[in-house]
Design a protein around this ligand. Structure first.
Ligand SMILES: [Fe+2]
Length: 251
C-alpha cells in the first residue's frame, strides 16, 4: 500500500538528479581536465556518483579561453569516443559556460552560442564585481530567445551583500544553478551561507558539480557520504532531470 506519509529517502549519491549541467571535462581547452585520462577519471566519477547524462560546459572567455562551438564540439566527439572505448555508459553532450563580457554579447548578437536544453545559456561573471550592464545583457539575451542560467550565484558575494539582487535576477527571468560543493564549505563559509539561504528561499533551479579536477571529485564523494547534507539537498526539488531534450547547436 502506498504510504502517503513515507519520508523522502536520503540519497547516498546524485542519481536523483540524473543530469549534470556544469562541468569542465573536455581535455585541454580550459582549466578543467588536462588530458583524456583526466577526463575519463572525471566521467567515471560522475558515473559512480549516479549521473547518467552529462552536459559538459567548457569556459568561453575572450582573453583566457576563446573556445568556439567547433572547438567544443570537436572536443566532445573525441571525449565520446574515449568514454565509449572505456566502457562507461554515460550520455555525453556539451554546451558552454559563458563569461559575460563584450565577446559574449557579440556571440549573442550573432547566435553563436552552445545552449543547454530549452535554449538555456549558462553564464558566469567575475566573483568580485558585477558586469557594468548585467541586467541589460540579460535582457538582450532574452529578447534573442535565450534563457539565462546563472552559474553558482552563491559565489558572487557582492550579490549576497544585497540579497534583493538575487530576487531581481530571478525577476529578470534568470534561473540559478548552485554548485553542490558550495554547501560543504569547499569555497568558504560566506559562500556556504549564501548557498543555504538561496536553497531555503527556494531560488535554486539546478544543482551542478562544476567538476574540474580530482580534488573536486574527492569532495563530491565526501558530500555524497555526508548524510546531513544529502538530507538537506533532497528536501528540495530541482529541474536537472528535465534537461533531456537534445542540446541545440546554433553556430
Ligand atoms: Fe564552471
Amino acid at each position: 500500500m502506498l504510504n502517503l506519509f513515507r519520508k523522502k529517502q536520503i540519497a547516498s549519491d546524485f542519481s536523483f538528479l540524473h543530469t549534470d549541467l556544469h562541468s569542465h571535462l573536455i581535455p585541454g581547452i580550459d582549466d578543467g581536465a588536462k588530458t583524456m585520462d583526466d577526463a575519463l577519471r572525471l566521467v567515471q566519477t560522475l558515473y559512480d556518483l549516479g549521473y547518467r547524462h552529462v552536459i559538459t560546459t567548457p569556459h568561453v572567455m575572450a582573453d583566457l579561453y576563446p573556445n568556439t562551438p567547433k572547438d567544443i564540439l570537436d572536443g566532445l566527439a573525441a571525449l565520446r569516443v574515449a568514454v565509449s572505448a572505456a566502457g562507461i555508459d554515460m550520455e555525453l553532450e556539451a554546451a558552454a559556460e559563458y563569461f559575460i563580457d563584450e565577446h559574449f554579447n557579440a556571440l549573442v548578437e550573432h547566435d553563436q552560442l552552445l545552449t543547454l536544453p530549452g535554449n538555456r545559456v549558462l553564464v558566469e561573471m567575475s566573483t568580485l564585481n558585477a558586469p557594468p550592464n548585467l541586467f541589460n545583457d540579460l535582457f538582450r539575451l532574452q529578447t534573442k530567445g535565450y534563457r539565462p542560467v546563472l552559474a553558482h550565484p552563491e559565489r558572487y558575494l557582492f550579490l549576497k551583500q544585497d540579497f534583493r539582487q538575487y530576487t531581481r535576477l530571478k525577476d529578470y527571468g534568470c534561473e540559478f544553478q548552485l554548485n553542490l560543493l558550495s554547501v560543504t564549505g569547499y569555497y568558504g563559509k560566506p559562500v556556504r551561507e549564501a548557498a543555504l539561504k538561496l536553497l531555503k528561499n527556494n531560488m535554486i533551479n539546478f544543482l551542478g558539480t562544476d567538476l574540474h579536477h580530482a580534488r573536486h571529485a574527492e569532495a563530491l564523494r565526501e558530500l555524497a557520504s555526508d548524510k546531513s547534507l544529502m538530507k538537506l539537498l533532497t528536501q528540495y526539488e530541482f529541474a536537472n532531470a528535465t534537461l533531456t531534450e537534445p542540446v541545440a547547436v546554433q553556430a
